[in-house]
Design a protein around this ligand. Structure first.
Ligand code: SAH
Length: 365
């Protein structure tokens, strides 16, 4: 048993079964044993790899996207560039490097990072120093927003805790984490049905309630609608709402049982982009997309950017660049280019955001 599993067993004995959201929050964010709190999980030696860790081009194109949005906003003299869940800080480093290509953009920026993990905050500070930048860190999204802002978040919403409900003959009952006969963590159902949930579904259907993600999206949407700016959420998930248990655990690049190694495996869920877009609209913002990561990156000029970089590269570097780009844009239902979606929320006064139409990015060299 992991140290966190021992603690959870004690907690359940004292207080009863945990909601799935409380279980997720403790697995990821427990101050001592939480997955993100004690380690850097990224890369080949870690548990999983994300788009910015695969290729610098991902962040560079997002940097040009941000600079273009800043121009569309009328080039405000002060803009907060906010990243939610920056991991190793690689994405922000690449964004800032590409941002230099657009005159005046870097000078207008202050960088704000929302991160709970002390270990990752240190890594982020190192990455930013390498890009000649500094940042201000925040615990919560709402604390990072003030004035015109561009917000970026890659694989952030998928780490936010959600609750699950299962349709039984008695109605929707909450899925809980309790103990089995041998005192091990096990899923079960609440005794009482939830009368507030009245959705039609087949027996056994699982309904997920991503309240933390919806709240995050609403906070960001309300802010950019009122103060100006836009936000980009990139994550794996579906453009349509549906039923199903999407909770998954990953360790060393493979799937594991979500209850088996609490605190030692990453826990994520799929993002319901339809509901995220609805939350953004309800908060007064415009929603663009979701586009597949492939379509978004191709519309931003992925191929041209790789071509430009390849001209100055050694043959090995050129091969690595095209392999990285291919992986980011790969097609197939389990491939990154299709599984990952990009949703932008924006001030409704901004129309035609780059990546979602034919709006041109500045010339790249
Ligand atoms: N964006 C990075 C990392 C994704 S992993 C990349 O693409 O590589 C998720 C990130 O969100 C980590 O940095 C993790 O520490 C952070 N995180 C998870 N839950 C959080 C929360 N509730 N508040 C703030 N940051 C959180």
């Amino acid at each position: 048993m992991t140290p966190l599993a021992q603690e959870l067993v004690r907690l359940i004995r004292d207080e009863g079964p945990l909601s799935v959201s409380r279980y997720m929050a403790l697995c990821l964010g427990h101050p001592r044993h939480g997955y993100y709190m004690k380690q850097d999980p990224f890369g080949a030696a870690g548990d999983f790899t994300t788009a910015p860790e695969i290729s610098q081009v991902f962040g560079e194109l997002i940097g040009l996207w941000a600079a273009t949005v800043w121009r569309m906003m009328g080039e405000p003299a002060a803009l907060r560039l906010v990243e939610l869940g920056p991991g190793r800080g690689t994405l922000m480093q690449d964004v800032l490097r590409a941002g230099k290509l657009v005159p005046g953009f870097r000078a207008a920026l202050s960088v704000h990072l929302v991160e709970t993990s002390p270990v990752l905050r240190e890594r982020q500070a190192e990455s930013l120093a390498a890009a000649g930048a500094t940042a201000i860190w925040h615990e919560r999204v709402q604390d990072a927003l003030d004035g015109p802002a561009i917000v970026i978040a890659n694989e952030f919403l998928d780490a936010l805790p959600l609750d699950q409900f299962v349709l039984t003959p008695e109605g929707w009952r909450e899925r809980l984490v309790g103990l089995d006969g041998e005192g091990r963590l096990a899923f079960g159902l609440s005794g009482e049905a939830e009368s507030a949930l009245a959705r039609a579904a087949p027996q056994g259907a699982v309904l997920e309630q991503p309240l933390a993600a919806l709240e995050t999206v609403a906070i960001v949407a309300r802010h950019v609608a009122g103060e100006g700016g836009a936000a980009l959420f990139v994550d794996y998930g579906s453009p349509r709402s549906g039923f199903g248990d999407t909770l998954q655990a990953m360790r060393r690049h493979g799937f594991v049982d979500p209850l088996a190694e609490p605190g030692d495996a990453d826990l994520t869920v799929h993002v319901d982009f339809a509901r995220m877009a609805q939350a953004a609209l309800a908060a007064g913002a415009a929603a663009h997309g979701p586009a597949t990561q492939r379509d978004f990156l191709l519309a931003l000029g992925l191929e041209q950017r790789i071509e430009a970089l390849t001209r100055r590269a050694t043959p090995e570097q050129a091969a690595a660049l095209s392999a990285g780009a291919a992986r980011l844009a790969e097609t197939g239902t389990t491939a990154m280019g299709e599984l990952f979606k990009v949703l932008a929320l924006a001030d409704p006064r901004l129309s035609l955001l780059p990546g979602f139409d034919l709006h041109r990015l500045p010339e790249q060299g």
